[in-house]
Design a protein around this ligand. Sequence first.
Ligand SMILES: [Zn+2]
Length: 105
Amino acid sequence: MYCNACGKAIAEDGRFCSYCGSVVGIPPTPKKLMRSRTERKIAGVCAGLAQYFDIDVSLVRILCFFIVLASGVFPGVVTYLLAWIIVPEERELKPVVATQQPVTI
Ligand SMILES: [Zn+2]
């Protein structure tokens, strides 16, 4: 089997190319724009955008702030509210409850 990205020969059962790190065999799942649960300040729209474009959350927030200011506040706020409604929230990660085992001291 050969890597589609760099063309080097890789192991037949490999899922990642050891040379360039790209996924081989199975097609990569497309990224979905989701509102973040973990890094949210208001509704997680900026954090979701940051995760989607793989950039820093603070950068997105600063950018959004200036876009809102430049738009005359109201259109920017409406856009944010629309994104809040339209963009789905990422799935809740339920904490794994450890099984209670007797602790030996
Ligand atoms: Zn490769």
